[in-house]
Structure formats: structure tokens, C-alpha cells
Design a protein around this ligand. Structure first.
Ligand SMILES: Cc1cc2nc3c(=O)[nH]c(=O)nc-3n(C[C@H](O)[C@H](O)[C@H](O)COP(=O)(O)O)c2cc1C
Length: 227
């Protein structure tokens, strides 16, 4: 009887340790899945063909009353632009602003944006990048407006010679995707080469900046950024 009890105890012990180690394996597998693609506390290296090349983050983004997020003081695309700038140690960040700012009121601004799109307008910009010639890689951010880039972003693209430069688009929108319009960017940005972009849901950027940062890191890692 005593022998039977000790065998039973041994079986229970083995089962308990087996179960707990399986549990640990599951946890660590989960952790790996959620682990950031890059560790921003350690140096992050650019893809080999970006090495030594200067990086500019250029973005257009709107404050005021916005889709699904109420009144915001920092636009969704601006949040993503800042994340990218910090992670890749960009040389500069440039905000594309129109000379006539868009109204804070959502209805009013959508009316203007629609008109501009219908007219394929090129709203004048408030400032130029001082010396575009010095940059080789340009991360270009914008919100999706009516399945397209906002018209001021076209003004920006048509204002410079992008020969020999790489444009990497990123956008925010009501969903988590790009529209395909980004494929046409080289048609407006003379000479530009493209790399795969990122589309992120604006509401998620606003409500969950930590998750956004993970998505940005995972995309940058797919572009070749690594620790
Ligand atoms: C005028 C206007 C048109 C929009 N059209 C679209 C659209 O066609 N598709 C979409 O996914 N989101 C659309 N949105 C939602 C914005 O892309 C989204 O709210 C974005 O995150 C805003 O970015 P921002 O805060 O950087 O300006 C539109 C928003 C505005 C203001």
C-alpha cells in the first residue's frame, strides 16, 4: 500500500511539473509573438542600402475635429511620424502645412477637401524643405482622404526633384490598410523609387499608441531595420 501511494505521488508530481512547464512554454511563445520586432533601448541599424544615407520624415496631418476621435490637438499621422522619427533616428522631420489652414470644424473641412479633390487642386504650402538635396530616404505620411492622398501632399510631391531618392509611404485611415494610390506616387514625385508602406487605423493610433508603436516597429523591421 505504501509503495502504491509513493508511485501515485510520483505520477502526480510528474504531471504537475509537466503541466507547469507546458504552461511556461505557452507563455513564452505568446511573449515572443508580442515581443517588439525592434528593441529601441539598443542601437537600431538601417537596411544595408540606407547606411550613411540621410532620412527625412515628411508628413501631412490635421488637428481639430476628426473622424472617430473627436477634437484632437495632434493628428493621427503626426503621432506615427514621431514614432518613426524616433525609432529610425531620422535626421529631420517636416510637417507639410497649407498656407490656408483647414478649418477645425469637420463638416466644413470635408466640404473643402472634397472640392479640392474634384478640382485636383494643388493648395499652396506654407513652407518648403530647406535643402531637399541632402536627403536620400523620405518617409512620407498622410491621412487617407476620399481613398486618395490629400491634395496638399501632391503639391509637396510636385515641388521637388526626387531623382535617386527613396520614398516610403505611411498613412492613417478608417481601416488598417493603404488604398493602392501610393503606387502612383512616382508619377508625381519625379525620379522617386518606392518601398512598401504602412497603413494604420487612425482611431487605433489615437486610442492605443503603444500598439501603434509595435506595428510601426514590425513594419520597419520588414523594411530591413534591425538591432
Ligand atoms: C476629408 C476626410 C476624408 C476621409 N476619407 C477617408 C477615406 O476615404 N478612407 C479612409 O479610410 N479614411 C478616411 N478618412 C479618415 C482619415 O483618414 C483618418 O481619420 C486619419 O487618421 C486622419 O489622420 P490625421 O489625424 O493625421 O489627419 C477621411 C477623413 C477626412 C477628414
Amino acid at each position: 500500500m505504501k509503495k502504491l501511494l509513493s508511485i501515485l505521488a510520483l505520477v502526480l508530481l510528474l504531471c504537475a511539473s509537466g503541466c507547469s512547464s507546458a504552461g511556461m512554454m505557452m507563455d513564452s511563445a505568446d511573449n515572443n509573438e508580442n515581443a517588439p520586432a525592434l528593441d529601441i533601448t539598443r542601437p537600431i541599424h538601417p537596411p544595408a542600402d540606407f547606411a550613411g544615407r540621410r532620412v527625412l520624415i515628411a508628413f501631412f496631418s490635421r488637428t481639430g475635429e476628426n473622424f472617430e476621435v473627436g477634437f484632437i490637438e495632434k493628428g493621427n499621422t503626426h503621432v506615427v511620424a514621431d514614432d518613426i522619427a524616433e525609432i529610425v533616428h531620422a535626421d529631420d522631420i517636416f510637417e507639410i502645412r497649407t498656407r490656408a489652414p483647414y478649418p477645425d470644424d469637420y463638416q466644413e473641412m470635408t466640404r473643402i477637401a472634397k472640392q479640392e479633390q474634384a478640382a485636383q487642386a494643388r493648395p499652396p504650402l506654407a513652407a518648403r524643405v530647406e535643402d531637399m538635396a541632402q536627403y536620400d530616404v523620405i518617409f512620407l505620411g498622410y491621412p487617407i482622404w476620399y481613398q486618395d492622398l490629400p491634395m496638399p501632399v501632391y503639391t509637396f510631391l510636385e515641388s521637388y526633384d526626387f531623382t535617386g531618392k527613396i520614398i516610403i509611404p505611411f498613412c492613417t485611415g478608417s481601416g488598417n490598410t493603404m488604398t493602392g494610390k501610393e503606387d502612383e506616387i512616382p508619377h508625381f514625385a519625379r525620379g522617386a523609387q518606392m518601398r512598401p508602406g504602412l497603413g494604420i487605423q487612425g482611431k487605433r493610433v489615437h486610442n492605443n499608441p503603444d500598439q501603434t508603436r509595435l506595428e510601426v516597429m514590425s513594419w520597419l523591421s520588414s523594411l530591413g531595420y534591425a538591432n
